[in-house]
Design a protein around this ligand. Structure first.
Ligand code: AMP
Ligand code: GLY
Length: 423
C-alpha cells in the first residue's frame, strides 16, 4: 500500500515508524513531517491545514490510505474531501470531528446518551454565565467551546478568577471564534487518564491505557502544555475500569454518533477523570494523543497498518491487537520557554548516542535538518521513548538517554511517571 501520514509532530513520527515497519507498506509519505520522520518516510512540504494541497497530492500519487494525525485537518473536512475522491482515510468526517471541534456539541451529546461527565451549562452571554458561576460557587471550570490549541480551559478557584476568565473569552475574545460559546462546568477530582479506542463506525477496539503529564514543570506545576511526557500502562485503569469505560462512555458515544448520522471512524481519545464515583469524561479528541501515541506505538506488537486499514474499511470486529507486556515511557524535551515564547534554531547534538541505551527510541516532534545538523524548530522538540519491565525501569532508561543528548537550550521534566511509580 501507498500511505500518507498527515502531520509533523512526535505523534506522527511514532506512527510513521510503526507504519514503515509493516510489510503491507510499500511507500510512505508524510506531510509535512520533520527531520526525524525523514528517516522513515518521504516528507512532502504540504501543511496539515492545506486541505486542497493534500487532496491533490493524494490523487496524484495514487495513495491507498491517508492517516490523519492532528485534529485541525479533520475539523476542516479533510476526510470528507478524500472520501469523495474514493481514498481510504483513517480519521473521522468533519461532522464526527465536532466531538473535539465543539465542547458544547460534545457535552450535549453526553447528556442525550447518559455519558458520565461533569455537570455543565453552555453560554454565549456574559451576564448569564456570571450568574451561573455565582449560583454554582467555586471551584469551577470555564472552557472556550471551540478549538483553542489546548489553552481554552481555565480551572478557577475563586469567583473573581471565573468572572475574569469569562470576560477574557466572551468580551475580550482572546480565543477568537473558539469563544463564541463557553462551557462552564463542575471541577472533577481524581486521577486523569487517556483512553483510546479504534472505531470503525460501530465497533470499538480499546487500546492499552496511558497517562500523560500536562503541566510544564516537575510536581505537575506550572502552565498546561500539550503534554510533557506519558507512560503506559496507567495502573489506575484496571481491567474492570477499562470495561466500565467501554460500556459507559465509549460505546454509548459511538452508538449515539451513529444514530445521529455522524458515524465515528478513526481513533477516539477520551480524556477521563477517574473519580470516587467512577470514570467521568473531561473531553473527547478525534486523534491520537501526543505524546501518548509514542508510548502506545512502543508497546504495540501487531501490524499497525492492518489495524488502521481495518478501521478505515469497517472490519474492526475481525481484529485483535497484541501488546508488549513491558511498560513504556516518553519524556518530552522542549525548548526553554515553552509553552510560552521560545527560540528556534538551536542545534541538538549527540542524538546518536541515545542508541546505546537499550529499549530507547527518540521520536522527533519539532526538528529540521539543515546542512547535516538537527535544529530545534518547535516548542516540543523530542520525545525520548523507552521500554522497560515496569514504569520505574522504563523511566531510568528514558532519563539515561535524555542525559546523553547535548542541547543546552532545551529542558524536560525529571519526574515523568511519578504517580505510577509511587503506587
Ligand atoms: P480539556 O481540554 O477539556 O481536556 O481540558 C484540559 C485539562 O483541564 C484537562 O486535561 C484537565 O486536566 C483539566 N480539566 C478540564 N476539565 C476539567 C474538569 N471539569 N475538572 C477538572 N479538571 C478539568
Ligand atoms: N497529550 C494530550 C493531547 O494530545 O491532547
Amino acid at each position: 500500500m501507498k500511505i500518507l501520514v498527515v502531520g509533523g509532530g512526535g505523534r506522527e513520527h511514532a506512527l510513521c515508524r510503526s507504519i514503515a515497519k509493516s510489510p503491507k507498506c510499500e511507500k510512505l509519505y508524510c506531510a509535512p513531517g520533520n527531520a526525524g520522520i525523514a528517516e522513515d518516510a518521504e516528507c512532502v512540504n504540504i501543511g496539515g491545514e492545506d486541505v486542497e494541497g493534500l487532496v491533490a497530492f493524494t490523487v496524484e500519487k495514487w495513495i491507498d490510505l491517508v492517516v490523519v494525525g492532528p485534529e485541525v485537518p479533520l475539523v476542516l473536512g479533510l476526510a470528507d474531501r478524500l472520501e469523495e475522491k474514493g481514498v481510504k482515510v483513517f480519521g473521522p468526517s468533519a461532522d464526527a470531528a465536532l466531538l473535539e471541534g465543539s465542547k458544547a456539541f460534545m457535552k450535549d451529546l453526553f447528556a442525550r446518551y447518559n455519558v458520565p461527565t461533569a455537570a455543565y451549562e453552555r453560554f454565549s452571554d456574559f451576564d448569564a454565565a456570571v450568574a451561573y458561576v455565582k449560583n454554582q460557587g467555586v471551584p469551577i471550570v470555564v472552557k472556550a467551546s471551540g478549538l483553542a490549541a489546548g489553552k481554552g480551559v481555565i480551572l478557577c478557584q475563586t469567583k473573581e478568577e471565573a468572572i475574569a476568565a469569562l470576560d477574557q473569552i466572551i468580551n475580550q475574545r482572546v480565543f477568537g471564534k473558539a469563544g463564541d460559546e463557553v462551557v462552564v462546568e463542575e471541577l472533577l477530582v481524581g486521577e486523569e487518564v487517556s483512553f483510546f479506542a479504534l472505531v470503525d463506525g460501530d465497533t470499538a477496539l480499546p487500546l492499552v491505557s496511558a497517562q500523560d503529564h500536562k503541566a510544564a514543570y516537575d510536581g505537575d506545576k506550572g502552565p498546561n502544555t500539550g503534554g510533557m511526557g506519558a507512560y503506559s500502562p496507567a495502573p489506575v485503569v484496571t481491567p474492570a475500569v477499562a470495561d466500565q469505560i467501554m460500556k459507559e462512555i465509549i460505546q454509548p458515544t459511538i452508538d449515539g454518533m451513529a444514530a445521529e448520522g455522524r458515524p465515528y471512524k478513526g481513533v477516539l481519545f477520551a480524556g477521563l477523570m477517574i473519580t470516587e464515583d467512577g470514570p467521568k469524561t473531561l473531553e473527547f479528541n478525534v486523534r491520537f494523543g501526543d505524546p501518548e501515541c509514542q508510548v502506545l506505538m512502543a508497546r504495540l506488537k501487531s501490524d499497525l497498518v492492518e489495524a488502521l486499514d481495518a478501521t478505515a474499511e469497517g472490519r474492526l470486529k475481525d481484529i485483535t491487537l497484541q501488546w508488549r507486556d513491558e511498560a513504556a515511557m516518553v519524556v518530552v524535551m522542549a525548548a526553554e520557554g515553552y509553552p510560552g515564547s521560545y527560540q528556534e534554531g538551536s542545534e541538538i547534538r549527540n542524538l546518536m548516542a541515545t542508541g546505546d541505551v537499550e529499549g530507547v527510541t527518540v521520536f522527533h516532534a519539532g526538528t529540521k535538518a539543515v546542512n547535516g545538523k538537527v535544529l530545534a524548530s518547535g516548542g516540543r522538540v523530542l520525545g525520548v521513548t523507552s521500554l522497560g519491565q515496569d514504569v520505574a525501569r522504563a523511566q531510568s532508561r528514558a532519563y539515561e538517554a535524555v542525559d546523553k543528548i547535548d542541547w543546552p537550550e532545551g529542558f524536560c521534566r525529571r519526574d515523568i511517571g511519578w504517580r505510577a511509580i509511587d503506587r
